[in-house]
Design a protein around this ligand. Structure first.
Ligand code: HPA
Ligand code: ZN
Length: 330
């Protein structure tokens, strides 16, 4: 069995495999501009974040009904369990669905059906995090935030910020982050993926985030690195994503080891595994191979994932960390 871990950076829409996309397209009468899953897969050659987002938003059009969202999340959770994932904090993009006429209720209830039975079925505890699309105005985020209020707490645990980063600074979302904090939600944001270290600083100072998603460009700013390490602000790093979106040239060039050496609470995650060539255990195996990570470094990454998680049950967290410490690689 793979090492126990938490997955903290996973867009559920990014787990839509070509085969399921075709099945849902057929069921929902949606025309896909590809002949078959193989042809679709061949289109997964990205030059940057935007080129990926264009396909990602296009393909999610096959998700229409509550059942579609349940099926999508169920497939991910079953797969995650086989990868040793024991806890998953899952992003979704409500605006990407409501904008095309899918009811918010269908999205949230559909996802929650799979998430709420996940511990029983798969041994994977879960949290759901709603992300705002940063290339839309804050007014849209605020309207979405209000529409999601009935789900705060039990169903929706936190907010995040994703989509096209450069030119859409964290500062734009200060009001919605303040309201989310007042509502008792947990706060994360993508920053320092394509945007510079100043985006990471802004997310910390103006949004008050507890975790940074990606954050690899923070390394360009030694003072910021020192602060992130001292304050133990976790970074949810996604190695395959960084290579596929050309934020990093090759896996062997990935700064993950530099991050660990700098004392950062770095974790390894899959981001959009259906698009980037692998799920979380494949990311672990990939960096192990390409960067020559030691067993101790792999255990540290897994331990960090539980420390960085929003698990409230400290006993479970400690038990999972003890499992990591006792884990012996085959
Ligand atoms: N970055 C920004 N937005 C996203 C991503 C990402 O890696 N994945 C899905 N939406
Ligand atoms: Zn992401």
């Amino acid at each position: 069995m793979p090492i126990p871990k938490a997955e903290l950076h996973l867009h559920i829409e990014g787990t839509l495999e070509p085969e399921l996309a075709f099945e849902l397209a057929h069921r929902n009468g949606v025309d896909l501009p590809y002949a078959d899953p193989e042809q679709l897969r061949a289109a997964y050659a990205f030059s940057d974040l935007q080129s990926f987002l264009d396909l990602y938003y296009q393909l999610m059009d096959v998700l229409r009904t509550e059942e579609d969202f349940t099926e999508l999340a169920e497939a991910y959770l079953a797969r995650a369990a086989r990868d040793g994932v024991r806890h998953a904090e899952i992003f979704f993009d409500p605006q990407a669905h409501t904008a095309r006429g899918v009811e918010l209720d269908a999205v949230v209830r559909g996802l929650d059906r799979a998430l709420s039975r996940s511990f029983e079925r798969h041994g994977v505890s879960t949290k759901l995090i709603m992300c705002f699309l940063r290339d839309l105005p804050e007014a849209s985020a605020l309207a979405t935030f209000d529409a999601c209020r009935p789900y705060f707490g039990d169903v929706i645990a936190g907010i995040g910020l994703d989509s096209a980063e450069v030119g859409h600074r964290p500062a734009k979302f200060a009001t919605v982050y303040r309201r989310a904090k007042e509502a008792g939600l947990r706060l994360v944001a993508h920053a320092g993926e394509e945007g510079g270290p100043d985006y990471v600083r802004e997310a910390l100072d103006l949004l008050g985030v507890e975790r940074i998603d990606h954050g690899i460009r923070a390394l360009e700013d030694p003072e910021l690195v020192k602060r992130l390490a001292e304050e133990r602000i976790p970074l949810t790093v996604c190695p395959f994503s960084n290579v596929r979106l050309r934020c990093v040239a090759t896996l062997a060039d990935h700064p993950l080891v530099a991050m660990l050496d700098a004392g950062l609470v770095a974790t390894v995650n899959s981001d959009d595994p259906a698009y980037f060539g692998g799920y979380v255990e494949e990311n672990f195996a990939g960096v192990r191979r390409a960067l020559g990570l030691t067993d101790d470094q792999l255990r540290l990454l897994a331990r960090n994932s539980f420390e960085a998680s929003f698990l409230e049950d400290d006993e479970r967290r400690e038990a999972l960390i003890a499992e990591v410490d006792a884990y012996r690689f085959p």
